[in-house]
Structure formats: structure tokens, C-alpha cells
Design a protein around this ligand. Structure first.
Ligand SMILES: Cc1cc2nc3c(=O)[nH]c(=O)nc-3n(C[C@H](O)[C@H](O)[C@H](O)COP(=O)(O)OP(=O)(O)OC[C@H]3O[C@@H](n4cnc5c(N)ncnc54)[C@H](O)[C@@H]3O)c2cc1C
Length: 292
């Protein structure tokens, strides 16, 4: 018979990690699933300066290393498995991953997935990316970033140190923080970063090893060649694995399931919010189990 776990956590980004540590402190060892890497989206962040305790800021990579150490300290291990289905039957959750697992309570900390763009280029998935992670170590490449929010500026600040970066914004308006935009304009390597507003992507093709991107800009057609296209056009809740009845409740918590972190935060996606959410859900669960 499948072993029954008290609590399962889906996702080991900041929200899932915080929940796991808090549960462990209460004497409840959670079953934690992570499909890719510990730290979730934070692995993409160049410079985090609003997470309390780091007055000089810290890179996403370093903050993740500290989270990983924290998990180790509390002897929390992860299952490196993608959850493909979560179903509730009576009082039990059935979690389908590489095999089936059972749990009494579930914390859904699955974060977000990139929004699919209208212009899509399937031929070269390694050259058209949705996170900086796969290309963060490339050097001397031409990279086009589509989008003009905080993530786009953060990516440009990161990649612009060693590459030539062009940010293309389809409108005149900028969405992200002015602070980050200014920082990009004032960076020592600012000549590596170009910002083009009011320019809409029309298509991507490939010629030899390069991508050819076509744009409409102020009534004209423009073609740019590059090594990579990085989409930063927004994200949506990662909830494709939920059964219809759990999805119907989203983003509200159910009897024994909790949504924590970016997955339910809309525009308010920040590490400290995710951490707070994770701890809150873990405390509620510990209180309920204690009452029993
Ligand atoms: C470029 C960039 C810069 C940022 N800068 C800052 C900043 O300066 N300050 C700040 O506070 N925040 C910043 N953020 C935001 C921060 O990274 C997020 O708010 C935070 O990571 C959210 O944590 P989370 O745990 O809710 O979700 P995530 O970090 O998205 O983690 C979710 C995890 O769940 C896993 N998962 C999803 N589905 C499944 C499944 N079916 N099975 C198993 N695992 C699954 C994912 O692989 C992922 O690891 C930045 C983000 C980006 C992209």
C-alpha cells in the first residue's frame, strides 16, 4: 500500500522552502517535490535588494545557496520529480509524479510559468528562452529581450556585463521600476544595452546559427540578427497539474490544501511575500494537527 504522508509540498522555490522548514520545526517532515532546481524563479534574479537581512543586496544565486544550506541544516530532502496530477478523494490527496504518493494535506507552491508568446519559434528551443537560467553564462553574444518590466531590466543588467543586449518594448510605456531602468542606463557597461520602445515583434526565423527577428517600428520594418531571444513578457500561475475541483477553488485555499507564494500573488510576486505565505500555511497546518 502507498505510504500516507501528513503533508506534501509541491515546489521548492522560496515559498515551498519556507513552508518545509517551518513544518520541520513543528516536528512534521513534509514530502517536497521539485521538478527542476531548488530556489525556483529566484535562480534568475541578478540582484535582490529588498529581502530583509541583506542591506547590501544579494544575488539570487547566493540567496538560493543560503536557502539550500538552510534546508540541509534541517535535514529536509527533496524528491526531484514533477507532479503531473493532484487529485483529492475523500480526505486523501493523490499526487501523481514518477509514482503515486498520498498525503493528508498539500501545500501548492508551484509558482508561475511563462506566458506563451503569440510569436513562437519551435525550431530552436535552446535559442528562444523564457528564463535567463539556461543562458546566464553565455559570453559575447547578441541577445534580444522582449518585454519591458522588472524582469527584462534585471536580465539586461545581468547579461549586459558580457554580451550585447537589446530590450524591445512593444509600447511607449515602461512597466518596471524606474530605479532599475535608471540603473541599466547608468551601468558601467551601459553601451552594451540598447532600449527600443514602440516596436512590435512580427516573427523569428533562423539563418545558420543566428536568429533573425523581424519587427514593426514606427511604421517601418526592422530586421535584427541575434544569438538568443529571451522572452520576459509576464507569467501565469503554474496550476496545470491540479484536478478540476481543486482548480475551481484557485486561488482560495481549500479544507486541506493551501496556495502559497507567486502562484496566487498576481502582480505582487516577491520573495519575502512567498516566504511569508509558506510559513503561514505551515503554521496553520501545525496548529490543526496539534488540535487533533
Ligand atoms: C529576473 C527576476 C528578478 C527577481 N528579483 C526579485 C527581487 O529583487 N526581489 C524579490 O523579492 N523577488 C524577486 N523576484 C521574484 C522571486 O524570484 C519570486 O517572487 C519567488 O521566487 C517566488 O517564489 P515561489 O516559491 O512562490 O515560486 P517559484 O520561485 O516560482 O518556485 C516554484 C517552484 O515550483 C516548482 N514547480 C512548479 N510546478 C511543479 C510541479 N508540477 N512539480 C514539481 N515542482 C513544480 C518550480 O520548478 C519552482 O522551482 C525576481 C524574479 C525574477 C524572474
Amino acid at each position: 500500500m502507498t505510504k500516507r504522508h501528513k503533508v506534501a509540498i509541491i515546489g521548492a522555490g522560496p515559498a515551498g522552502i519556507a513552508a518545509a522548514i517551518q513544518l520541520q520545526r513543528s516536528g512534521i517532515t513534509p514530502l517536497v517535490f521539485e521538478q527542476t532546481r531548488i530556489g525556483g524563479l529566484l535562480n534568475n534574479a541578478f540582484f535582490v535588494e529588498n529581502y530583509p537581512g541583506f542591506p547590501d543586496g544579494i544575488s539570487g544565486h547566493e540567496l538560493v545557496a543560503k536557502f539550500r544550506k538552510h534546508l540541509r541544516k534541517w535535514k529536509i530532502s527533496l524528491l526531484n520529480e514533477r507532479v503531473t496530477n493532484l487529485v483529492k478523494k475523500k480526505n486523501t490527496f493523490f499526487i501523481m509524479a514518477r509514482k503515486q504518493y498520498c498525503a493528508d494535506k498539500v501545500i501548492i507552491a508551484s509558482g508561475t510559468a511563462p506566458k506563451r508568446p503569440k510569436i513562437w519559434f519551435e525550431n530552436s528551443p535552446k535559442k528562444v528562452v523564457f528564463e535567463i537560467y539556461p543562458i546566464k553564462n553565455v559570453r559575447k553574444k547578441k541577445i534580444i529581450i522582449i518585454g519591458a518590466g522588472d524582469a527584462a531590466y534585471d536580465y539586461a543588467l545581468n547579461l549586459g556585463r558580457h554580451n550585447s543586449v537589446t530590450i524591445v518594448n512593444r509600447t511607449e510605456q515602461r512597466k518596471g521600476l524606474n530605479l532599475l531602468f535608471r540603473r541599466m542606463k547608468q551601468a558601467k557597461y551601459k553601451k552594451h544595452i540598447t532600449y527600443i520602445p514602440n516596436t512590435k515583434l512580427l516573427g523569428i526565423t533562423q539563418s545558420h546559427n543566428n536568429l533573425i527577428t523581424r519587427f514593426a517600428s514606427k511604421g517601418e520594418r526592422v530586421t535584427l540578427s541575434c544569438d538568443y531571444v529571451l522572452y520576459a513578457i509576464g507569467r501565469q500561475p503554474a496550476i496545470d497539474f491540479l484536478s478540476a475541483s481543486i482548480k475551481k477553488k484557485f486561488p482560495r485555499d481549500g479544507g486541506n490544501f493551501f496556495f502559497v507564494g507567486d502562484v496566487k500573488q498576481g502582480d505582487l510576486r516577491q520573495t519575502s511575500i512567498a516566504v511569508g505565505d509558506g510559513i503561514k500555511a505551515a503554521m496553520r497546518i501545525a496548529q490543526r494537527l496539534k488540535k487533533r
